[in-house]
Write a protein that binds this ligand. Structure first.
Ligand code: CMP
Length: 139
């Protein structure tokens, strides 16, 4: 089925001018960028986005890193977009990421791992609504 998923290009990647290279990976995989914006999150906003991880030991580090510089949030659309995006991103830890994936090529560590992508249909819906209104999605 055609799905939509939320992608975040993280501060480590925007700082190194990797926005275009990462977007090209999505497009080459057949994912259409139907919404995009570059923003800087406050620590409060970043903490709210990652609220499910609030009890994890790395939560504070994750929140502060995500607020440390600009991010590019995008909605990707395509056949099986959620799984396809996860495939293109590669494993969370770049050490485990497969050859050719975004995290293998660009990520610096498990925390500074260049991209976030929704993990399931329900979270995709919530994460898209966190950043975008329906009017901003242009298929
Ligand atoms: P992401 O897909 O954005 O979802 C949660 C993030 O937490 C994950 O990618 C990692 O960047 C981050 N994360 C997971 N484990 C660790 C860790 N051990 N230390 C720091 N950050 C982590």
């Amino acid at each position: 089925a055609v799905e939509r998923t939320l992608s975040i290009i993280k501060p480590d990647a925007t700082k190194r001018n990797l926005t275009g290279a990462i977007a090209k990976k999505f497009e080459d995989a057949g994912l259409r960028i139907v919404a995009a914006k570059r923003i800087q999150l406050t620590p409060e906003q970043a903490g709210k986005f990652y609220e499910v991880h609030k009890d994890r030991p790395f939560f504070g580090e994750l929140r502060d890193f995500m607020a440390s510089g600009p991010v590019v949030v995008q909605v990707l659309e395509g056949e099986n977009a959620i799984a396809k995006n996860r495939e293109v991103m590669g494993a969370t830890n770049p050490k485990d990421a497969a050859e050719g994936t975004i995290r293998k090529e660009f990520a610096q560590s498990v925390g500074e791992n260049s991209v976030h992508g929704s993990d399931a249909a329900e979270t995709a819906k919530e994460e898209i609504a966190f950043f975008f209104s329906g009017l901003e999605l242009v298929g």
